[in-house]
Design a binder for this molecule. Structure first.
Ligand SMILES: [Fe+2]
Length: 192
């Protein structure tokens, strides 16, 4: 992952007053993966906020948060045994981090064709798996395909998520062995 470097001029020989040195008005830059990960990490450390999420043993719960730079952010509660199913996030980049409990992420180290297919046979060795205990998270790029699960039999998990741009759609898949099948395309109004 490459991070943008500062575009400012060297600071060692700059006699100009700071106020006159700004070449353009401040614009809010699109948050990158590192900034989204930083946001979810800081948010997960806010124990009062994490504790404020209502938990339901019957299903996932969520609260919308204000993400940085216009990003979409969520606090999500996962009862034991719940998961998202396989999905992607279209053109959005994102990050998520476990605040309490433990989550598992299964992901694909491959980019899927955008359109024009209903089933896809995955090649071998593209499956990735990670356990994310409290304080652990990850960022991801465009077209990331994954499922997130709380495999605990007893413990609730809580996590923080951020996406930019805000999710225009989610494609949902079922999976049987190495065959991935596109099941539905959800738009924001479907999951409010
Ligand atoms: Fe996701």
């Amino acid at each position: 992952m490459s991070l943008p470097t500062s575009s400012s001029a060297p600071t060692t020989a700059s006699p100009a007053p700071t106020a006159a040195a700004s070449p353009r008005p401040a614009a809010v830059a699109a948050p990158n993966q590192a900034e989204l990960l930083d946001f979810v990490r800081r948010t997960a450390a806010d124990t009062d906020l994490i504790a404020s999420l209502p938990l339901d043993p019957q299903g996932r719960t969520w609260v919308r948060l204000e993400g940085p730079g216009g990003s979409e952010a969520w606090l999500i509660g996962w009862p034991p045994g719940t998961g998202t199913g396989w999905h992607d996030h279209a053109e959005s980049v994102g990050a998520f981090l476990t605040a309490s409990g433990e989550l598992k992420e299964n992901s694909l180290a491959a980019r899927l064709p955008a359109d024009g297919w209903k089933t896809l046979e995955l090649s071998e060795k593209i499956d990735r798996e990670r356990q994310l205990t409290a304080g652990q998270g990850r960022a991801f790029g465009r077209h990331h395909v994954h499922e997130v699960l709380n495999e605990s039999l007893t413990e609730h998990a809580v996590s923080v998520h951020a996406y930019y741009p805000p999710l225009p759609q989610i494609r949902r898949y079922s999976r049987s062995g190495q065959v991935l099948r596109l099941e539905s395309v959800e738009r924001p109004e479907d999951w409010q």
